[in-house]
Design a binder for this molecule. Structure first.
Ligand SMILES: Cc1cc2nc3c(=O)[nH]c(=O)nc-3n(C[C@H](O)[C@H](O)[C@H](O)COP(=O)(O)O)c2cc1C
Length: 220
């Protein structure tokens, strides 16, 4: 009997630990903010931030505009992607740790308890000054995988252009959401690639390609 109680307690502890590592975000809510035209008018890079944490609702909205499903019947997303292959996955870097976004379940899975925001750009200062960093990681070989027999494979240089287009669309959606919601943002190509690759244990064809640092404006 005692051992049965022990096993049950142990199992519930393990379940709690597992659930603590997966955060269910609320459904995206995009009923607030400016019009699209106003957001385009306001879109800009602003490198000044408050390090205030971004609340789950805001993160959910941000991740949905960046890479969410907007047509459940087909599973297609808010950004265009060549051959609908969707090469890019999003990581969220925060003070508490680094998470992988699951666009289907709208969850964040903890992959690393370290604060990796310092690797978001060259000097290492902007990331930690902001609420979060959205890191785009691409599968660089996605267009070489699963090519139907008899069809020519996609040349690598084309894949790079197509992935660049997809990441640009994600970046612009994030910029526009930030302009609409009164947040500051900067997209960065000069991040610390080796450090992120190793900290996230990325292997094979997975490559960090771009990030966007996002935060509230500085508090005066
Ligand atoms: C591909 C790309 C890479 C960029 N990389 C960086 C970067 O590493 N660090 C940075 O501070 N800004 C970076 N930027 C932001 C640009 O400096 C910024 O968009 C440009 O100065 C124009 O300003 P605006 O965004 O306010 O129109 C990058 C922008 C693009 C499109």
């Amino acid at each position: 009997m005692k051992s049965a109680i022990f096993v049950t307690t142990l199992l519930s502890c393990i379940c709690l630990m597992a659930s603590a590592e997966i955060i269910q975000l609320p459904a995206p809510n995009l009923t607030e903010g400016t019009t699209l035209a106003e957001a385009i008018q306001k879109r800009k890079t602003d490198r000044t931030f408050s390090d205030r944490e971004l609340p789950p609702q805001l993160l959910s909205n941000l991740l949905w505009v960046a890479n969410g499903i907007n047509r459940p019947e087909s599973g297609k997303r808010t950004v265009p992607a060549a051959i609908a292959k969707y090469a890019i996955r999003l990581y969220v870097l925060t003070a508490k740790g680094t998470y992988l976004h699951d666009y289907k379940k709208n969850t964040l899975t903890l992959v690393n308890s370290k604060d990796l925001r310092l690797y978001a750009e060259g000097r290492g200062t902007m990331g930690p000054a902001a609420g979060a960093v959205i890191l785009m990681v691409a599968d660089m070989d996605i267009f070489q995988q699963g090519t139907p027999a008899g069809r020519p494979s996609i040349p690598q240089e084309k894949s790079i252009l197509w992935i660049g287009y997809e990441s640009g669309s994600i970046g612009q959606d994030i910029y526009l959401y930030c302009a609409s919601a009164g947040l500051h943002a900067v997209c960065c190509a000069s991040f610390k690639e080796d450090e992120l690759t190793s900290a996230l244990d990325l292997n094979g064809s997975l490559k960090p390609i771009m990030d966007v640092i996002v935060g509230y404006p500085p508090e005066n």
